[in-house]
Write a protein that binds this ligand. Structure first.
Ligand code: NAD
Length: 262
């Protein structure tokens, strides 16, 4: 089991879904964790406190908006002031919007680019120098099967996720000699609020029922015919943080039930 005692992890978009599962996994592996994301303040405080109590690590929360570069800078400054450094950076925050490109709202395009791609540029540029000086660091970007293949009506998301993998490879090369690895994980469909919310829009865009979206669109893409579980992503991320993965860098690890093998 990966031992992350003494490390500090920052997981963007970790108040829900995949990010929350990753934050829990990192804390149980021994890391102090900074949570980030939106939601009900009381519920987030409950998540923070419960995780701190059961992991016996320090768990902090930042409400920084990943579409705002100043808030990203402040979040990292606060993390450094609390823990000294960020050793493990997980760029996970993401949103989706499903629409034909002719009617795709430009403000949704901008928001998806800012949150799903540009935020990773800002977090990385603020954290990398310390990781290089320490001679150890892990950056994991949560991309998607849509970093490798496209689906109609998801132009911004597909473009942002392809871009995130380009960023992953570039940064991996820039710190390859410094003990810092940079990888992407590309899940197929995971039943989180992000996917549940897009089912009605996909049904509307394609003129089919919501049940048919699940069966004939989402799971049709995955040869295993199973949704991916958040714990599968967490376990792979913990492996990427382990000493055994020190020579794995610049990769894009698919966890997609065979989707992109087709
Ligand atoms: P989710 O909706 O459950 O969680 C998204 C998280 O991002 C939440 O914590 C939310 O508060 C946060 N967030 C949204 N906008 C933010 C902002 N402006 N600033 C800070 N935080 C913000 O979604 P999820 O399915 O867990 O997705 C997590 C990541 O995994 C995303 O990058 C998504 O693209 C990727 N992904 C998801 C799936 C899937 O099927 N669910 C598949 C492949 C990739």
């Amino acid at each position: 089991m990966t031992n992350l005692d003494g490390k500090t992890a920052l997981v963007t978009g970790s108040t829900s879904g995949i990010g929350l599962a990753i934050a829990k996994g990192l804390a149980h592996a021994g890391a102090n964790v900074v949570l980030n994301g939106f939601g009900d303040k009381n519920e987030i405080e409950e998540i923070r406190k419960t995780l701190q109590d059961c992991s016996e690590r320090t768990i902090l929360y930042s409400d920084a908006d990943m579409s705002k570069p100043d808030e990203i800078s402040n979040m990292i400054a606060q993390t450094k002031s609390a823990f000294g450094t960020v050793d493990i950076l997980v760029n996970n925050a993401g949103i989706q919007h499903v629409s034909p490109i002719e009617t795709f709202p430009p403000e949704k395009w901008d928001a998806i680019m800012a949150i799903n791609l540009t935020s990773a540029f800002h977090t990385t540029r603020h954290c990398l120098a310390d990781m290089k000086s320490a001679g150890w660091g892990r950056i994991v970007n949560i991309a998607s099967a849509h970093s490798l293949v496209a689906s109609p009506f998801k132009s911004a998301y597909v473009a942002a996720k392809h871009g995130l993998v380009g960023l992953t490879k570039t940064v991996a090369l820039e710190c390859a000699e410094n003990g810092v690895t940079v990888n992407a994980i590309s899940p197929g469909y995971v039943l989180t609020p992000l996917v549940e919310k897009q089912i009605p829009d996909t049904a509307k865009a394609r003129g089919i029922s919501e049940e048919s979206v699940k069966k004939d669109i989402l799971l049709a893409a995955q040869p295993t015919k199973q949704f991916v579980d958040v714990d599968e992503i967490t376990q792979s991320l913990l492996f990427l943080c382990s000493p055994a993965a020190r020579n794995i860098t610049g990769t894009n690890l698919s966890i997609d039930g065979g989707w992109t093998a087709q």
